[in-house]
Write a protein that binds this ligand. Structure first.
Ligand code: SF4
Length: 368
């Protein structure tokens, strides 16, 4: 079995009570079967509390009114961990913020940016991210798994990451190339012409593809009305997502009012000023965008082996990063044209919490 991890994987360490947020509130924690079995057998002082803090039928931990896990104490520490030790934690708690994507004989482990510590590591990283592989005993065969499609998706993803990490190009051009590549690959998947995907990979690494995308972006930028309308429509689709944290709804309404409430010309001017401010005050902003794009592409793109929606996966990655950028612009405006790294990190992990920790939301955002 092949395992892959990002090169910053070992830098992560949970800071528990020092964490500016907690991963034990806001969402339901599903308990795996073997942990439930273990919890049934617990004896001693803690047993009573354990039994009444689990919703046995739903296999989840009970929560307080403000959606905090029944074991999370006021110091943001887990009472079960303190009473019964690390091994007592269920799989979800033990693994988080590790995220696993599984394929035939391959397990890809990433760290979710919904954890503030992970977001901090990723957004402070200056070098392009690389991914490490190692082998462990064991094999897993999947029924109906298409190894040829999977290998083409893996190759496409490698090319996409290379394009995204080509820092000689503007980040918008890199994102445009990735969309173009995924689009052309999708056509071949539909026509069952996977063997010709290599031509697509070559095409999008050529200089004239970058020139083409640059021209398209300029053309699009000139059509202010269309840009405004499309960006507003995309933004408003966020209201269709399942709400995980109540304050997210307020954040969305406020962001929409700040960005789109004063019309097209204001929107255009705001983005010009924000881009200019970023260039002068946060020169690494294209590096954060690159790290986030690589993160979303790497984590989700190869999942297209199960639904053949390669283009959708690439669009989801680009839309996520674009929406984060829009939210940053709104935050900058709200702060009287100021932004700092803490706010960037907070926005990224909050966005990820809403989007990535609900299967319904992942599916809906794919369909945007
Ligand atoms: S969010 Fe991350 S750092 Fe914070 S408590 Fe959870 S795993 Fe630890």
């Amino acid at each position: 079995m092949i395992y892959t991890i990002p090169d910053y994987y070992k830098e992560f360490q949970c800071i528990a009570a020092q964490c500016e947020d907690t991963c034990c509130a806001g969402w339901q924690i599903v308990i795996d079967k073997s942990s439930l079995k273990k919890y049934r057998k617990v004896k001693g002082k803690f047993a009573k509390r354990l039994r009444r803090s689990i919703h046995w039928q739903k296999s989840i931990f009970k929560q307080s009114k403000d959606k905090r896990c029944a074991f999370l104490n006021e110091q943001n520490l887990c009472d079960m961990y303190t009473a019964l030790g690390e091994k007592s934690l269920c799989k979800t708690c033990r693994r988080y913020p590790r995220h696993m994507e599984e394929f035939e004989n391959v397990r890809e482990i990433t760290l979710s940016v919904s954890c503030p510590e992970v977001a901090k590591i990723l957004l402070h990283k200056k070098e392009p991210v690389s991914f490490l592989s190692f082998e462990r005993d064991g094999e897993e065969e999947y029924e109906d798994f298409d190894p040829f499609l999977h290998s083409e998706l893996v190759e496409a993803r490698e090319v996409m990451c290379r394009i995204l990490q080509d820092r000689k190009k503007d980040i918008a051009v890199r994102a445009g190339l990735v969309l173009g590549l995924a689009h052309d690959m999708q056509v071949r998947i539909k026509k069952r012409e996977l063997f010709s995907c290599d031509e697509v990979f070559v095409k999008y690494q050529k200089e004239n593809a970058a020139q083409f995308v640059t021209e398209k972006l300029k053309e699009r930028g000139r059509n202010v009305k269309q840009c405004y309308r499309e960006e507003l429509q995309l933004f408003q689709k966020l209201y269709r997502l399942e709400l995980l944290h109540e304050e997210w709804a307020v954040h969305l309404e406020e962001t929409e009012a700040l960005l789109f409430g004063s019309g097209e010309e204001f929107y255009r001017q705001l983005h010009r000023e924000f881009a200019d401010w970023l260039r002068r005050n946060m020169p690494d902003w294209q590096i954060w965008m690159e790290q986030l794009l690589v993160y979303f592409v790497y984590t989700y793109f190869c999942g297209a082996v199960y639904d053949a929606k390669a283009y959708t996966k690439a669009r989801m990655a680009v839309n996520n990063v674009f929406l984060i950028y829009e939210m940053l612009a709104a935050r900058w405006l709200k702060n009287e044209r100021m932004l700092d790294m803490e706010e960037v990190i907070m926005l990224v992990y909050r966005y990820s919490r809403e989007i990535e920790h609900s299967d319904t939301n992942l599916e809906r955002i794919e369909n945007l």
